[in-house]
Design a binder for this molecule. Structure first.
Ligand code: ATP
Ligand code: MG
Length: 748
């Protein structure tokens, strides 16, 4: 099938071609971003089939996300047609689920085993800890749950954890792990980390099964190898047959599978999930007779974009320097913009998108906006909704659909409308107050009996005798107490609202009163940290509303938000019809492996990106820098870099200096549309600190490990929206410069 082969390798450079047709021994392709690693991997699969070296069913290709798997399959279908269908192209997790479901008997599980997500796993760990009387102050279940996850990523079994236990902490962990695992098994369930670990154990403990899969998968190809963890690495070893069992003569029956891995140590960004670049660095030791191929030509980006990315990553210590080049020419300069606030920043993004469409012929679908943390999408989403720009948020939930935001809004709706049954029932036991289904049923029955709302029946419990209705029967003392305190929380918040306070203050009152924030702050789950960030963001929205409408009530704000949240849902039909697509909003982590003609990297501030948490730790800072490298190298033609001089946290504007990554980019590569914020201008006029002299000036509050402090009752100084609409003259800016300082106590 020479013509087909020629088509597959056509256009590849010599190094790429070498990797595609490589024969004999494990193959490692290491190369910088956009050098065609994924393309080579895909082409190699096509080549193996077209040349008759492999049948489709003998291929196992591992990608990092389901989206990437889907793209790869589509590419292969273009090349090979229906043949591509019987290939396994999937993530590590889905490949393992497939194996585990098939081999459930060997595992002693029913094939219908349930997969527990992080919340389920967490809940189970809570139960285990309660049952075995673990001191939850000294050993919070959430921490234990995360540690168990780490152990599983390291392939440490409960038995091994018990053997290694040497002090109280490790003993408690080992016991919790053992009990947790037992409960999982009883529930016929596996958690996410189990999927990989159990698959490895299965194959290691059942040589016959291992042999079966080795016969089946003769070619194993792994993309983004730099982000594999120990468990995934061991899976690759046992599947290729190159693991320790190599000394076992019985395994010599099946020759080793052909292994190809591709990756880039500079793009390793999942250390927090146990990924280790050791896997890529030690590949040649781990797999004897390995061949390494280096790719150096970048086909994705212009020289300006590439030079900027190279300059940033060069600041990481102890990496192998790479010389990545492109023949695409310099291209446009990068565009830089310093905004006064995040609203100003989003406004700039919107204006540029309009300009790109009008003057350069780009479609919405060509454009992506990146941010470091999910909470940052809110400001961009708001501005997009307002300007009618169609967008979709990838890998995250739209802001107003997030669980914690819905909870907070449900509380506020319950405050505003005592009869709002859905909202009340959503949060009646959130955080947990020991109110079960039974107790709720009693209230619901009472409501039905008297034809009143659930909320009214609930209020009766708190104020017995007042309404003249009979009391609810069958409630336990505990449930009754919990209901009384829940009603009080809502009533207190109603009082605050009635006294003329704005929505932000009501939010403070109700979220503090309910213990919702305390629940998140005490948690060590990183997800809860981002939930706090999201709630801080919601607080900013609420206080900004009051800045613009000094008399605005809670109800008015709720209406406004409901409308935004609603119009969010509607697909933009006009844009669809014009085949314009949608602007993509995503965190940088989810952007890995993708490319876009136009990329906006927002929030380039020290404390935002690099993330506040990483500033004091060189290792984490290095990981943030790799993340920056990933971000910059997603862009093909145009790259925008923006930062906001002040960003709001809990309604108080916080000043942020420029990201060090921004300063690592050579000046001549960037066309600065606006290089100084209004604050900077004032400061230089009045002899304040220079533009680069403000690093480290964060308030202690903000750096505190408990996360940002909720409910600082300060007024918001520069209106977020005002700043964006050009209302911020130098007078406003002066206020900001004096009041918005490191402490963020903007109540001057
Ligand atoms: P990342 O490190 O970001 O995952 P990568 O090394 O996997 O990048 P690819 O996504 O495979 O790079 O390729 C980047 C772009 O360059 C793609 O658009 C791809 O089609 C194109 N490309 C790769 N090799 C060639 C080539 N030889 N000729 C033309 N275009 C190429
Ligand atoms: Mg790739």
């Amino acid at each position: 099938n020479a013509a087909q082969i020629e088509r597959i390798v056509d256009g590849l450079n010599p190094q790429q071609r070498k990797a595609v047709v490589h024969e004999g021994g494990p193959l490692l392709v290491v190369a910088g971003a956009g050098s065609g690693k994924t393309r080579v991997l895909t082409s190699r699969i096509a080549y193996l089939i077209a040349s008759g070296r492999a049948r489709p069913s003998e291929i196992l290709a591992i990608t990092f996300t389901n989206k990437a798997a889907k793209e790869m399959r589509e590419r292969l279908e273009q090349n090979l047609g229906g043949l591509a269908r019987s290939m396994w192209i999937s993530t590590f997790h889905s490949a393992c689920v497939r194996i585990l479901r098939k081999e459930h008997e060997a595992l002693g599980m029913r094939s219908s085993f349930t997969i527990y997500d992080q919340t389920d796993a967490q809940r189970l760990m809570n139960m285990v800890c309660r049952e075995s009387n673990v001191d939850s102050r000294a050993f919070p279940p959430k921490t234990l749950s995360r540690q168990v996850s780490d152990l599983k990523n390291e392939m440490v079994t409960p038995t091994e954890a018990t053997r290694r236990a040497k002090d109280r902490a490790t003993t408690v962990l080992a016991e919790a792990y053992t009990a947790y695992q037992k409960r999982l098994h009883e529930a016929n369930a596996m958690d996410f980390d189990d999927l990989i670990m159990q698959a490895v154990l299965l194959l290691e403990n059942h040589p016959d099964l291992a042999e079966h899969y080795r016969r089946r998968f003769r070619h194993i190809l792994v993309d983004e190898y730099q982000d594999t963890n120990t468990a995934q690495y061991q899976l690759v070893k046992v599947l290729t047959g190159s693991g320790d069992q190599g000394e076992d003569p019985s395994s010599a029956v099946v020759p080793q599978a052909d292994l190809m891995v591709v990756g880039d140590a500079d793009q390793s960004i999942y250390a927090f999930r146990g990924a280790t670049i050791r896997n890529i660095e030690d590949f040649e030791n781990d797999f004897p007779n390995a061949t390494s191929i280096l790719l150096e030509q970048n086909y994705r980006s212009t020289q300006s974009i590439l030079s900027a990315a190279n300059a940033v990553i060069a600041n990481n210590q102890g990496r192998r320097p790479k010389k990545l080049w492109t023949d695409q020419g310099g291209g446009e300069k990068l565009v830089g913009y310093v905004a006064d606030s995040e609203a100003d920043e989003s406004n700039f993004v919107v204006e540029e998108i309009d300009r790109l469409r009008e003057t350069s012929g780009y479609r919405y679908g060509d454009i992506a906006v990146f941010y470091r943390t999910n909470a940052q999408s809110r400001a961009v989403e708001d501005m997009f909704v307002r300007s009618g720009i169609p967008y979709r948020v990838v890998g995250g939930t739209r802001f107003y659909e997030r669980r914690e935001i819905k909870d907070a809004m449900a509380y506020l709706h319950a405050v505003a409308n005592p009869d709002d049954t859905v909202s009340i029932r959503r949060v009646i036991n959130m955080p947990k107050r020991g109110l079960g289904q039974k107790a709720e049923d009693h209230v619901a029955q009472q409501a039905a009996r008297y034809g009143i709302s659930f909320g009214a029946a609930l209020a009766d419990v708190a104020h017995p005798g007042v309404s003249g209705r009979e009391e609810i029967e069958g409630l336990t003392v505990r449930a009754r107490k919990a209901m009384v305190s829940f009603v009080e929380i809502l009533e207190n918040a109603r009082e605050v609202a009635a006294s003329g306070a704005g929505p932000a203050e009501v939010l403070d009152e109700v979220m503090d009163g309910a213990g919702y924030l305390a629940m998140l702050r005490e948690s060590t789950d990183p997800q809860d940290e981002s939930r706090l960030e999201n709630l801080a963001e919601l607080h900013s929205v609420a206080s900004e509303f009051r800045t613009i409408n000094p008399e605005g009530t809670l109800e008015e704000w709720l209406d406004q938000v409901s409308l935004v949240a609603d119009s969010d849902q509607l697909p933009d039909e006009a844009a669809e019809a014009a085949n314009e697509g949608e602007v993509t909003l995503m965190t940088i982590h989810t952007a890995k492996g993708l490319e876009f003609p136009v990329v906006f990297v927002t929030g380039l501030e020290d404390g935002t990106f690099p993330h506040m948490r990483s500033l004091a730790d060189p290792k984490e800072l290095a990981e943030e820098r790799r993340l920056a490298y990933v971000a910059l190298t997603r862009a093909r033609q145009r790259l925008y870099l923006t930062r906001a001089a002040t960003r709001s946290a809990w309604g108080a504007p916080q000043e942020f200096p420029a990201s060090r990554f921004l300063e690592e980019i050579p000046r001549e590569l960037v066309d600065w549309r606006r290089e100084e914020s209004s604050q900077d201008v004032v400061r230089s006029r009045y002899g304040g600190q220079g533009r680069f002299g403000r690093r480290g000036g964060f308030s202690d509050d903000f750096v505190d490990d408990d996360g940002p402090v909720f409910g600082s009752r300060t007024s918001f100084v520069p209106g977020r929206l005002g700043a964006g609409s050009g209302a911020s003259g130098s007078g406003d800016a002066g206020d900001t410069a004096t009041s918005g300082g490191a402490g963020g106590s903007g109540d001057s």
